[in-house]
Design a protein around this ligand. Structure first.
Ligand SMILES: [Zn+2]
Ligand SMILES: [Zn+2]
Length: 593
C-alpha cells in the first residue's frame, strides 16, 4: 500500500468543483482517496504556491501507426543532432530519442510527461495496421493511450452503403461491421477522414463535397457521415464520430463544415482540427477567417465538440489519412518531398513537410483563426486544446499556446509580428477574452476525458486514477506549463521539475461494443474475394493487445446503454479480461485463399 498527501495546493478540478479550491489531495494505491486526518503517509508534498490539476489528456495527436513512422523516415533531418530544439537527453533514465516535429516513441513520452500530460490518443489508426499502431503506442513510455480506427473510405463500407440504398435497408449490418472493426482493432472510437473522398481519389476524383456523388459507389459524404454517427450512437460508444470533414484546407470550406453539422441531424459528433475547416473567401486574397460562423454553430449545437488543430510557426510535417487533400497540398511541401501510401484500400495516407511562416498571409491567418475559435466558443467543455500534432505544430508548443490564450498582452505582441494585412484586419485584435486556469484545465484534461467516456480520468475525485500535475504558479503561463514541479501517473512520481524520474508502462484504452457475429461471414467472403488478409487474423485478442503494448494494463471503457435491444443485436459484448483466442472462426471454413 502506498499513500501520498498533497497539501496547501490550489486545486483546479472542473469535473467536481467550480473554480479553485484550497484543499488537500490524497492518493492511496494509485487512486485519489480521502485520507484520514493525521494518517501517516509515504510521501507528503507541500504545494504552497502551486496549482494542482489532473494529468493532461491529448485526445488528438499522431503518435502511433504507419503515417507517423513514414513521417519520421521522411524527416531524417529532424532526428540529427542539433536540429532538435532541445539538447540530447542527459537524464540517466532517458534513452537517447530525439526529433521535434516527429519525435521517436521514447521522446514522445518524455516530452508529454515533462509537461504534465499522462494520456494521448492516436486519431487515425488504419484497420489493417492496427497491430503496428498499438505496438508503437506501447513503446511510448508512461502515457496511457488509445486510438480511433478509420472507417468510411473502405471498400466494404461503401459497398454496403451503396447496396442499402437511400433508406439504409441494411443499416443493422453496417452497424455490426462498425462494432466488429472496433472490436478487431481494439479501438477507442471511429474517425472518418474526408468521408468517401479518399476512396473517390482512387477513382480519379480530385474533390468530393458533402453532397457530391462518389463516381463509383454513387454515395455522398453526407450519407457516410450520418451512417457512421448513427451507428456509434446506437452501439453506445462513448466517443461520438470523430470527423475530419471534406475540403480540408480549402478556401471557402466553412459552408461544407456548417452543412456537415447539419448532416448529423442532432446526432453527437466531434469535429477535429476545425481550424483547417473554417475558411471563408472574403477579402482581396479570397481567403478569410470564418471562425465566427463556426463558433456560432458550435455554440448552438451542444452535442457537437471540437478540437482546434492550432497552427504554430516553424518547421513541422503534416501526416494525414486524407490522401486526396495531401496530394493537392504536396506542391507546397517544404522541404520539397512527400509520401502517399495505402494498405488494403482501407483508408489512405499522405505525409507532407510544412513550414508555417509568420510573414505568409495564409499561415498568419491560420494562426489567427485557431485562436479566434478558442476564444469565440462559449463553453470550454466543447473545445479541446490541440495542434493536431504534428500537423499544425508539435505538441511541445502547448505551453506557448496556453500563454497565447491566457495573456492578451502576449497575444498582441505575437500578432504584431505577423503579415501586416492579417495583423491589421483580424477580429482577434479586438478580442479581450483571456482564458482562465479553470478553462485551460477543462480544455486539456476534463473535457477530453468526458468526451472519451473516461469516467475515472481527467479529474481528482475519489476513486479516479491518480494522474496529476503540480504547476508552480507563474504569471508567465508558458514557463508555468512547460515544466510542472511534480507529475504523477497512477500515484507514481514520473517527473520532477521537468525531469523524468520513473518510466512505468502506460495502459491501453479501448471499447467493446456488442455485435451480431454473423457479420464475420460477410467479412470473410469480402476478404477472400478482394483482400489479402484473413479476417481471422485481423482480430487482436486481449493477450496480444497486452503484449503489443509492452505488458501495459488493458483499460476497457464501458459503452453507454446501446439504444438497440440485445435481441436485435443477438450477440452480447464480450466481457473484459477474456483470454486471447477470441478470434472469429471463418464461418465458411475455407480460411484464406
Ligand atoms: Zn485529420
Ligand atoms: Zn489529425
Amino acid at each position: 500500500m502506498s499513500t501520498l498527501r498533497i497539501r496547501h495546493g490550489r486545486v483546479i478540478d472542473p469535473t467536481n468543483a467550480r473554480g479553485e479550491v484550497l484543499r488537500e489531495v490524497g492518493v492511496r494505491d494509485g487512486r485519489f482517496a480521502t485520507l484520514a486526518p493525521g494518517e501517516p503517509v509515504d510521501q507528503e508534498i507541500d504545494a504552497a504556491g502551486c496549482v494542482v490539476m489532473a494529468g493532461g489528456i491529448d485526445m488528438h495527436t499522431h503518435i502511433g501507426g504507419g503515417k507517423v513512422n513514414l513521417a519520421r523516415v521522411l524527416m531524417g533531418e529532424d532526428h540529427r543532432d542539433g536540429f532538435a530544439p532541445w539538447p540530447l537527453p542527459t537524464n540517466a533514465l532517458e534513452l537517447a530519442s530525439c526529433g521535434s516535429c516527429t519525435p521517436g516513441t521514447l521522446a514522445t513520452g518524455y516530452r508529454y510527461v515533462e509537461m504534465g500530460y499522462t494520456a494521448a490518443f492516436e486519431p487515425a489508426m488504419v484497420p489493417a495496421n492496427a497491430r503496428h499502431a498499438h505496438m508503437e503506442m506501447g513503446d511510448v513510455p508512461v502515457l496511457d493511450h488509445g486510438a480511433y480506427v478509420m472507417l468510411g473510405n473502405d471498400e466494404l463500407f461503401l459497398q454496403m452503403l451503396a447496396e442499402g440504398g437511400a433508406d439504409a435497408r441494411n443499416f443493422a449490418l453496417i452497424r455490426d461491421y462498425v462494432a466488429w472493426t472496433i472490436h478487431a482493432t481494439k479501438a477507442m472510437g471511429v474517425k472518418v477522414v474526408n468521408p468517401g473522398g479518399i476512396s473517390a481519389f482512387k477513382f480519379n476524383q480530385r474533390k468530393l463535397d458533402l453532397d457530391e456523388l462518389h463516381t463509383h459507389w454513387q454515395v455522398t459524404p453526407r450519407r457516410v457521415v450520418h451512417t457512421l454517427a448513427r451507428a456509434l450512437k446506437e452501439l453506445g460508444v462513448p466517443h461520438p464520430l470523430h470527423i475530419h470533414g471534406c475540403n480540408l484546407g480549402v478556401a471557402g470550406n466553412i459552408a461544407t463544415t456548417l452543412e456537415t453539422i447539419g448532416a448529423l441531424e442532432g446526432l453527437p459528433a466531434h469535429l477535429t482540427h476545425v481550424q483547417f475547416h473554417a475558411y471563408g473567401t472574403e477579402g482581396p486574397k479570397k481567403f478569410s477567417s470564418a471562425a465566427l460562423q463556426l463558433a456560432e454553430a458550435v455554440n448552438a449545437n451542444p452535442q457537437v465538440s471540437i478540437d482546434i488543430g492550432q497552427v504554430m510557426f516553424g518547421q513541422t510535417v503534416t501526416a494525414s489519412g486524407d490522401t486526396m487533400r495531401q496530394h493537392a497540398q504536396s506542391g507546397l511541401a517544404n522541404p520539397r518531398k512527400w509520401i502517399g501510401a495505402d494498405i488494403e484500400l482501407d483508408a489512405g495516407c499522405g505525409v507532407v513537410p510544412f513550414r508555417y511562416r509568420e510573414q505568409s498571409f495564409v499561415n498568419a491567418l491560420q494562426w489567427v483563426i485557431g485562436l479566434e475559435l478558442f476564444l469565440l466558443v462559449c463553453n470550454p467543455w466543447q473545445v479541446v486544446l490541440t495542434t493536431d500534432h504534428p500537423n499544425g505544430g508539435p505538441f511541445t508548443s502547448y505551453p506557448h499556446l496556453i500563454r497565447l490564450l491566457m495573456d492578451k498582452g502576449f497575444r498582441d505582441e505575437q500578432l504584431a509580428k505577423l503579415h501586416p494585412e492579417v495583423a491589421a484586419n483580424c477580429a482577434l485584435k479586438g478580442m479581450t477574452r483571456e482564458l482562465t486556469l479553470e478553462e485551460i484545465a477543462v480544455m486539456t484534461r476534463a473535457a477530453p476525458a468526458k468526451l472519451l467516456g473516461l469516467r475515472d480520468r481527467g479529474h481528482l475525485g475519489d476513486g479516479a486514477a491518480a494522474d496529476l500535475a503540480i504547476y508552480r504558479e507563474d504569471a508567465d503561463r508558458e514557463r508555468m506549463f512547460t515544466a510542472p514541479e511534480y507529475v504523477f501517473k497512477d500515484g507514481v512520481q514520473v517527473a520532477r521539475a521537468g525531469r523524468i524520474t520513473a518510466l512505468p508502462v502506460g495502459g491501453t484504452h479501448f471499447v467493446e461494443p456488442g455485435f451480431d457475429d454473423a457479420i464475420e461471414k460477410v467479412l470473410s467472403r469480402h476478404a477472400r474475394r478482394h483482400g489479402t488478409l484473413d479476417v481471422g487474423h485481423a482480430v487482436i485478442g486481449h493477450d496480444e493487445l497486452c503484449a503489443c503494448c509492452n505488458g501495459g494494463r488493458l483499460l476497457p471503457t464501458a459503452c453507454f446503454d446501446a439504444s438497440v435491444s440485445p435481441a436485435e443485436r443477438r450477440a452480447a459484448p464480450k466481457p473484459a479480461g477474456i483470454p486471447s483466442g477470441d478470434r472469429p472462426t471463418d464461418p465458411s471454413g475455407e480460411g484464406q485463399s
